[in-house]
Design a protein around this ligand. Structure first.
Ligand SMILES: Cc1ncc(COP(=O)(O)O)c(C=O)c1O
Length: 362
């Protein structure tokens, strides 16, 4: 139950990785790019776009989520504009913190909305922080720390009203919850595939709202983002008109092969069914925990939660070890305790057994 960290390997991934090896071997004597590799990142991007509720042509694969965020950051010129505020929250993944902190050297004014309880961030506080000087609201859709989920629609609505853009880090929600990138009119989504999407390390992605794409010129760039990459033309850069303008250099082809089987399974099972099962199971787990007087460090309301349940225990690392000895795989984070994440491949019996073993060990 580790899908918040590292999902299991789909059985079909072995075949896919062998297919990669064979293609690589053969491609030494033919044009790998022309025969398959060029279109493969677009195909994976479109598969991810379906999971995000976005249109075809809205997702560019990236080396990882941190680079995806850096690509977006590199689109702005903070020193040149009065609109230089970045709104983030205290529950975001540390990459966000590091990357925005680095942008403050380039003139970004970073406003980190605080958390009162270490579990949630009040929506009003996020909305209050968004004003006419805001360039971008960039925060986790679902927090890796507490599984707290923000209200995407309310944030996008407020940001767009004052001319700001919105980026959501959906690493902890894509594949577990139904996302509606197009309907939300969100500007950017970032994430990766190794957790809830059962892909290999490492394949990140960047969704950019289709009608915004051509306005942006990322400084983090490379030849693959050029309109005519095989012309090998000199600067100035001529960005491609498609979402490929957010690429950099040679894509990680093995990562693409590692992602396809998981994506296919997620699409076959269907995110609506996955979400329904996840919510039913996490409800049950929370009731089980509260009945025993345990402290749950995730929101009680299903509409404010992702697919994980955080349960406080006294010595997290020791408990993780003892659970692993009983074949229950979870992890822990300082301050919140255990992170437990059932996904579609788990059975109800497994979830009950895992919680029963935890009860025994506590
Ligand atoms: C919410 C969230 N964002 C970002 C990351 C980091 O992603 P990457 O390693 O692809 O940069 C993680 C990884 O755990 C995460 O949980």
């Amino acid at each position: 139950m580790l899908s918040h960290s590292l999902g299991p390997v789909p059985r079909a991934a072995r075949e896919s990785m062998l297919a990669y090896y064979e293609a690589w071997e053969q491609h030494t004597s033919e044009d790998a790019w022309a025969t398959s590799w060029w279109e493969m990142s677009a195909r994976v991007g479109d598969g991810i776009a379906r999971v995000l509720g976005g249109a075809p042509g809205s997702v560019q694969v990236q080396p990882n989520a941190s680079i995806a965020l850096s690509s977006v950051a590199s689109c702005f010129d903070f020193k040149e504009s009065e609109r230089n505020k970045i709104v983030t929250t205290a529950l975001d993944f540390p990459s966000m913190d590091y990357i925005w902190d680095a942008q403050s050297r380039l003139g970004a004014n970073v406003d980190i909305v605080h958390t009162d309880d270490g579990i949630t961030v009040q929506l009003e506080h996020i909305l209050e922080a968004i004003d006419e000087t805001t360039c971008l609201v960039a925060l986790s859709h679902v927090s890796f720390r507490s599984s707290y989920r923000v209200d995407a629609r309310a944030i996008v609505e407020r940001a767009h009203r004052v001319g700001a853009l919105v980026l959501l880090d959906v690493y902890q929600s894509a594949g577990a919850l139904e996302l509606q990138a197009s309907d939300w009119e969100v500007d950017f989504l970032i994430g990766g595939t190794i957790k809830w999407l059962c892909g290999g390390p490492a394949c990140g992605y960047l969704y950019v709202r289709p009608d915004l794409q051509s306005d942006l010129h990322p400084r983090l760039t490379g030849w693959v983002a050029h309109a005519a990459p095989f012309d090998f033309a000199s600067a100035p850069m001529r960005y491609d008109q498609s979402v490929r303008r957010f690429a950099q250099g040679t894509p990680s082809i093995p990562a693409l092969y590692s992602v396809l089987p998981g994506l296919q399974i997620i699409e076959e099972v269907g995110v609506p069914a996955i979400q329904a099962e996840s919510q039913r199971r996490t409800e049950w787990m929370i009731e089980f925990a509260l009945d025993r007087g345990w402290k749950v460090n995730s929101p009680r309301d299903v509409n404010e939660r992702g697919g994980s349940v955080m349960i406080f225990v006294d010595d997290g690392p020791a408990m993780v070890k003892r659970l692993a000895e009983r074949k229950v795989f979870v992890d822990c984070r300082p301050g919140v305790g255990l992170r437990v994440s059932p996904h579609f491949f788990n059975t109800d019996e497994e979830v009950r057994e895992a919680m029963g073993i935890l009860a025994e060990l506590i």
